[in-house]
Design a protein around this ligand. Sequence first.
Ligand code: GLU
Length: 513
Amino acid sequence: MQIRDRYAPSPTGLQHIGGVRTALFNYLFAHSKEAHESRDAAFILRLEDTDRTRFDAAFVQNLYDTFAWLGIHWDEGPDVGGQYAPYIQSERLELYKRYILELLDADKAYYCFCSPERLETIRLEREASRSGETGYDRHCRSIPKEEAAARVASGQPCVIRLKIPLDGITGFYDRLLGHIEWKNRDVNPDPVLLKSDGFPTYHLANVVDDHLMGITHVLRAQEWLSSTPLHVIIYAGFGWTPPEFCHLPMVMGQDGKKLSKRHGATGVDEFRRQGYLGEALVNYVAFLGASYEEGKDVYTLAELAACFSLDKLNKAPAVFDYKKLEWYNAAYIRVKTNEELAQLALPFAVEAGIFEKVGKERKQGSAGIEPDAEQKRIFVEAMSLVKERVSFLTEIPAKVAYLFSEPPLPDASEFFPKKADIHAFSKTITLLTMGKDLVSRMAAMTDADAEAFIKTEAEKAGVKLGDLMMPLRVAVTGARVSPPLFGSLRLLGAEASALRVEKALAKLTAEPV
Ligand code: GLU
């Protein structure tokens, strides 16, 4: 089957989960098995920037940044070109003007001269009468063609409206929802196709471009379903065959309401700032309304595409589960190499200001300081200590900060078991003194050798390994819970580690509990 599909956002807002899901499904479909049978399958980006009042170039930039970060690329689009360029609607105005003339000639559209004030009056009257009638009252539909042409020629402001048939039925087949029919009298009467500023509305530009760009499948959010009969009427007006439609299942929050800010982050930027990985987001979003093979959660984009099929879409709304997304994120973090993860986490660490000179206490205002080569090396290696322990990139800086600057020493009571007595206290001093000696002898040992060494020494001294490790951990990392101790000691080096233990000992002796 021939497949050309598209993502056609209006740059009137930041990219959010809904848009990403639409783009992703179009991408996957154009790379699916079905598409492989198609000679020149393509996924296209088209900017629908006809709403000039809400347009902002920053939203276009956000669109490019978002999809670059997610790793989703199009085959044709404003930035990559293609045989149907331009792919920005504001650069195609002449085309729409040409095509609307065809509709006027065929008597499928007409000029409307109603002023905004008149339209507002009708709206209010219709609302007040509770007649159930909405929209335009077709006032200008009966103006004879010649009269309309003369008024246009005299420079009277006007728009062009679509003639929705007064009776009959408009039907179309939706790949997910099946056959859908609308009574024409229930379709929004005579929507504007060309505005007085010469810009087309969404309906005209969308249909003309889908046709001219050879779009075979329109996969879009269900909120566009009510526009589809109108589009089908426009296709019929031109005598064109509509593409196949597939309105994707809604995306809801856990409470069954449409996903929105109330539920949590929805903007892709927010997810990025919160320490999500683009791949994790893509993998999770791919499941919003679609099924793949059973028993597998983590897929590459290519694997998703290979399994994607419109026949495996779910009719029921998809529920956005932040916990599940978090699970994906942690899973993706876990399988990164140290280098990959360090690269992803580094901007967060720089922002958090963890890179001061090793051995010094962290100062205020160190945000933005880049690591030197040695710190960078330690940061990369530290990834293996934390990758199993975090769900978000944003958690990494705080978890590894103690490797770059001395953590503030916690209260003396943190160094020994909660129900400490004077006996436990003096025992801790003894253990730490022993720990300091061991730590300074551990230089250049692998983590496994260091562990074996400390175990043997603990046995020899007749102390429990845990009792020896706990105060050592607090002294070196500043906390009772920390990344693995032996890896930490290795990265800090014997000398710096021993110094920390010494400082802890000094503190404990100076301020006994
Ligand atoms: N410009 C519309 C949007 O912002 C496109 C809808 C469609 O895919 O037809 O989503």
